[in-house]
Design a protein around this ligand. Structure first.
Ligand SMILES: *Cc1c(COP(=O)(O)O)cnc(C)c1O
Length: 375
């Protein structure tokens, strides 16, 4: 049909739990009179998430960026860290806040993740870690990255902000690397309005992070390090507890939507999408396509302008590349010749509206609009 939507259709909408449940939870918090500093809701969320991740070593944070900054700090990294230019600013900025130099590595065109086969030639005596991102929830080549980490004795940190609930070969994504961070921002599948977590294998690392996020206070009269305030408060934890109950249902709806997209878009030349391998359990965080200008007839950017006229607001995640920001563009590896795949992907990628409240008719209409806009 290809008709203009009456109301704007955005790329995502947060899971909004039943407000009565939130009110009830607020009453409990009011009675306890404890609003933050690791209260009952925080402990309950931490324990529920431990079961979800299958790992007791978890530390909750006020957001994913603080979680990443402190994880990098507590791993005592120095010098250079090999990372992807195709990500959200938080990934790379966390390195900068730790006085670490990002070394950008090109990405794979299919997964859009750091190309593990191109990492080795970037390793120097100054390299202390690899910071990889499971972009859009698609797992990185975790095996290859692990073998590099062993061979060169460097750490591996995963920005798993998009990968809540993702599994590889039956294992939770957080089982890989020296530590993973998750973002619980409202745009993420699981959220606490704002929030985040570190999940790691090393119990002592988590213990140190718990101290670090509380100003470095180890005991009332014992301040161990120059920490910061990174705590998740009771209201955030309450929202998280209720959102967690809705995850399965939301994923079911998103699966329905994804199936329509795939069915309707697979025959439109110039639109392509990644098909996940069988050993990966996906989380339905995003639905992302690539627009090949030559075949589709118009560029991704022209398409976005036209979609807006239909009241459809997709997102150019992640454009521009981090390596082109003023802060990073003069680094030696920001040279675009080293980053050909990333450069191409950044101009083609488009995250389509993807949230459980979209009806079949909505999704079909979006597909019809896309079909109509093809030249
Ligand atoms: C959302 C996000 C983060 C962290 O964001 P916060 O808003 O601080 O929770 C980090 N990395 C990526 C790739 C993200 O998308």
């Amino acid at each position: 049909m290809a008709t203009k939507f009456k109301k704007p259709i955005y790329v995502t909408r947060p899971i909004l739990p039943n407000p009565k449940k939130i009110q009830q939870g607020i009453m409990e918090i009011w009675e306890s009179k404890q609003l933050t500093n690791v209260g009952e809701k925080h402990r309950e969320l931490s324990s529920k998430l431990s079961s979800y991740f299958g790992n007791n070593n978890i530390s909750l944070f006020n957001n994913g960026t603080t979680a990443l900054m402190l994880l990098l700090k507590k791993l005592n990294l120095k010098g250079e860290v090999i990372t992807t230019p195709f990500t959200f600013p938080a990934t790379t900025h966390s390195l900068t806040w730790n006085n670490l130099t990002p070394v950008f590595c090109d990405i794979e065109t299919d997964t859009m993740n750091i190309d593990a086969d191109k990492i080795e030639k970037l390793i120097t005596p100054k390299t202390s870690a690899i910071l990889a991102v499971h972009i859009f929830g698609t797992p990185c080549n975790v095996q290859k990255i692990e073998s590099l980490s062993k061979k060169y004795k460097i750490k591996v940190v995963y920005d798993a902000a998009h990968a809540f609930g993702v599994e590889v070969s039956g294992k939770n994504i957080s089982d890989y690397g020296d530590g993973s961070i998750f973002s619980f921002h409202a745009t993420k599948l699981f959220h606490t309005v704002e929030g985040g977590a570190v999940v790691a294998k090393n119990k002592n690392l988590i213990k140190q992070l718990n101290i670090e996020k509380n100003f470095g206070i180890e005991a009332p009269e014992k301040i161990r390090s120059a920490g910061i305030n990174g705590k998740l408060n009771e209201l955030q934890a309450l929202v998280g507890l209720e959102v967690l109950k809705n995850i399965k249902k939301e994923q079911k709806e998103r699966k329905r939507i994804k199936n329509i997209y795939i069915k309707r878009l697979k025959d439109i030349d110039g639109i392509s999408f990644y098909v996940k391998p069988k050993n990966v359990k996906e989380n339905f965080q995003y639905f992302v396509v690539r627009i090949n200008k030559k075949v589709f007839g118009i560029s991704r950017d022209e398409l976005v302008k036209k979609l807006i006229k239909y009241n459809v607001f997709p997102s150019k995640y992640f454009y521009p590349l981090v390596s082109s920001y003023p802060h990073y563009k003069n680094l030696k590896n920001s040279n675009i010749e080293n980053l050909n795949n990333a450069k191409l992907i950044a101009t083609e990628v488009l995250a389509l509206p993807f949230y459980g409240d979209l009806t079949n008719a909505d999704v079909e209409n979006i597909c019809d609009i896309l079909k109509k806009l093809k030249k």
